[in-house]
Design a binder for this molecule. Structure first.
Ligand SMILES: [Zn+2]
Length: 285
């Protein structure tokens, strides 16, 4: 295991520059689909799991958001929304988007391929598969200020499933911000049973374990969110919910005026804290 002190935004900038030019083990994969989308790079290049990463940067400085879709290959709205978000340019900061994290599962339209990818990130341990290690390596190196993972649920929230919900990290003040976002989104949803609910991420001691956003939140203190839509609703609506809630979370961070504005976090930790140290779990890809 190699330990790196990824100590600042400059490290991250040089990281993104490096992956854009393909010099750190990721390879360029041609031009992005939109004019302002930078050339993509490929995670797990040369394997059946090869999947592109897209980056969009605004002129104005701001947070780096990592958006992930397709962790589960049968959750269409998540990866389709992520593909649209890969072409979206934020007003501040930058986005890094992995639209189809488990591209084999997406191609097969199955939840899993080589096991359930969202159970392969145990806290404090090595991610359990090469794909999980590649994704975690991306997080370690890009040091996002926020992570948003897009999923779908087979049941309604009122029936005890995850339904339409946003899971948020239990950092101080986050719940009220997420509740505001959810209220805004719910104004466009007529039927009460289809409205969104905020829910706290399960604690590290609670099941399920190995969840990517849990590890990011509890181990790395990154504000990490998991958005679920209910798979029986119209696909276009589900995509729209994913997109608007993702942009809403990013907007919350982008409007910060200082480290104690916007989404506050526990122990005074700030997403802009340049003193964070990071452990590199494995080499990319
Ligand atoms: Zn899922």
């Amino acid at each position: 295991m190699q330990v790196l002190g990824l100590s600042s935004r400059s490290s991250r900038r040089s990281f993104m520059k490096a992956i854009s030019t393909g010099v750190i083990g990721l390879c360029t994969a041609g031009k992005g689909a939109a004019t302002r989308t930078k050339p993509s790079v490929v995670l797990r290049k040369g394997t059946k799991q090869a999947t592109p990463i897209f980056q969009n940067s605004a002129r104005e400085p701001g947070p780096t958001a990592l958006i992930i879709g397709g962790v589960h290959g049968n959750e269409r709205a998540g990866y389709l929304a992520a593909e649209r978000l890969a072409r979206w340019k934020p007003t501040r900061g930058e986005t890094i988007v992995v639209p189809r994290a488990n591209t084999v599962a997406v191609a097969n339209e199955t939840r899993e391929a080589n096991g359930d990818l969202n159970r392969q990130f145990p806290i404090g341990e090595r991610p359990t598969t090469p794909l999980a290690r590649a994704l975690w390596g991306l997080i370690e190196r890009s040091q996002p200020d926020v992570i948003i993972d897009l999923h779908e649920s087979s049941g309604r929230y009122i029936d005890g499933k995850l339904g339409q919900s946003i899971a948020y990290p239990p950092f101080e003040g986050v719940r009220s911000r997420v509740s505001q976002l959810v209220s805004r989104q719910n104004r466009s949803i007529d039927r009460a049973e289809n409205r969104f609910h905020p829910r706290s991420l399960p604690r590290p001691s609670e099941r399920p374990s190995g969840v990517l956003v849990k590890r990011a939140a509890f181990e790395q203190r990154i504000p990490a969110f998991l958005i679920e839509t209910y798979s029986e609703l119209e696909l276009t609506d589900r995509q729209r919910y994913h997109e608007s809630l993702t942009k809403g979370v990013i907007q919350e961070l982008s409007t910060r005026r200082g480290p104690h504005d916007g989404i506050p976090t526990n122990n005074g930790w700030s997403p802009y804290d340049s003193r964070r140290m990071s452990t590199l779990i494995d080499q990319l890809p």
